[in-house]
Design a protein around this ligand. Structure first.
Ligand SMILES: *Cc1c(COP(=O)(O)O)cnc(C)c1O
Length: 400
């Protein structure tokens, strides 16, 4: 049996440098302890891993392709490879973690699953896995998001989940997360599946582990396609940080691989309408972890803004706060306009409509100069079907 050792720069208490930990009310201590014990019990378990791998292959459709984007490579004078998480079942990387977490919930004997969702992608992934495994599913979603993400709300309902609209704050992801945590406090027999590398330890480490299949595949695919397993750059968008954590995971300790995270600048980092936490935030505590947070001097959370619902979050996972402040990763702030331009460019050069979140990672190509022989891997975290309404409202298509 292989023994589990996280490749992340994390200690046994869940700290990444000074970020992370578990800042939770007393009533949740037992839940979090049980979760940590179960994660350590099953993370190396051959039967657990065989079931996880089988579902990743035959249900999600993994490995997702690593596609050399030839026209785009020529356009930017470098070698661009796209990791196609957009081709996964349910349309994004979120399903990887939803399956791993739900399998763990089953092993723990849980019958009721709680989740939060912003754009609805994590809610759909969780509702999907609950249908697959016969688990009850309750999804908290800000009322603002319920209204602007109707197709995903309908999908969750068809899958049998109960969608609970949340009416506090500005009724988006942060408020839905508060409500999911509250539910967990009242219902300790339920299992809370968090959709990103956020929350108290062990969530960031656990979610990164379930997403690490992304970089494991990238290494194998690069080795077989170009004979070397390390690229020069890995680029991913960051909301809470789960797709970036998965894409970076197996490269974090290879210093020659440069890690680039794209966060959502919204209308600009200094505009007051932004979700660029590393640029506009300061150290604080949000949803059970010490990390970078957008907050007023007296610690009130500042409402975030991004055109992309999946990046519209006032925090960032502790792993990414650490990678950024230690200089291991570079964080670039991408505006709404830059993301929209990048989405149209990918669509017209490669015939791939990316999720608005992923478009933030693609926009890095316009802001950095890569060498002719560089190998640049960009994680396309999801597909753009859910964003067609926003694209059509914001991009002049000139072809009527
Ligand atoms: C949810 C989502 C994100 C943002 O979440 P991370 O945890 O930062 O990955 C990015 N892309 C897509 C397609 C998403 O659905």
């Amino acid at each position: 049996m292989e023994t589990y050792k996280s490749l992340l720069p994390v200690d046994k208490d869940g700290y990444y440098g000074r970020f992370g930990g578990a800042y939770i009310p007393e009533i949740l201590h037992k839940n979090v302890e049980n979760l940590l014990a179960a994660f350590h019990r099953y993370v190396d378990d051959p039967e657990f891993n065989a079931e996880f791998e089988l579902l990743l292959r035959d249900y999600v459709g993994r490995p997702s392709p690593l596609y050399r984007a030839s026209r785009m490579s020529r356009m930017y004078g470098t070698n661009i490879y796209l990791k196609r998480e957009d081709l996964n079942h349910t349309g994004a990387h979120k399903i990887n973690n939803a399956i791993g977490s739900a399998l763990l919930a089953k092993r723990m004997g849980k019958k009721r699953i709680i989740a939060e969702t912003g754009a609805g992608q994590h809610g759909v992934a969780t509702a999907t896995v609950c249908a697959l495994l016969g688990l009850e599913c309750v999804v908290y979603m800000g009322a603002t998001d319920v209204a602007r993400q109707q197709p995903n709300v309908e999908r969750m309902k068809m899958l049998g989940a109960r969608v609970e609209p949340v009416r506090s704050g500005n009724m988006t992801l942060k408020d839905a997360t508060n409500e999911a945590i509250r539910d967990w406090c009242c219902n300790p027999d339920s299992f809370y599946i968090i959709g990103s590398t956020v929350g108290p330890h062990p969530y960031p480490e656990m979610v990164a582990h379930f997403q690490s299949v992304i970089s494991r595949e990238i290494k194998e695919q690069l080795r077989s396609q170009i004979g070397r397993e390390n690229p020069d750059y890995v680029v991913a968008c960051v909301g809470g940080g789960s797709n970036a954590a998965g894409a970076f995971y197996h490269f974090i300790n290879s210093q020659s691989v440069r890690l680039i995270a794209a966060e959502a600048a919204g209308k600009g980092v200094d505009s007051g309408e932004t979700a660029a936490t590393m640029h506009a935030g300061s150290e604080g505590i949000i949803h059970g972890a010490r990390t970078m947070v957008m907050q007023t001097p007296d610690g009130q959370i500042i409402e975030p803004y991004s055109i992309s619902a999946g990046l519209d979050y006032p925090g960032i996972g502790p792993l990414h706060a650490y990678l950024a402040t230690s200089g291991r990763a570079k964080v670039m702030a991408i505006t709404d306009t830059e993301a929209l331009d990048a989405a149209l460019r990918l669509t017209r050069t490669e015939g791939i409509i990316p999720a608005l979140e992923s478009a933030h990672a693609l926009a890095v190509l316009d802001k950095m100069k890569f060498a002719n022989d560089d190998v640049v891997v960009i994680n396309v975290s999801g597909r753009g079907d859910k964003d067609m309404h926003t694209y059509l409202a914001n991009i002049p298509l000139n072809n009527d």
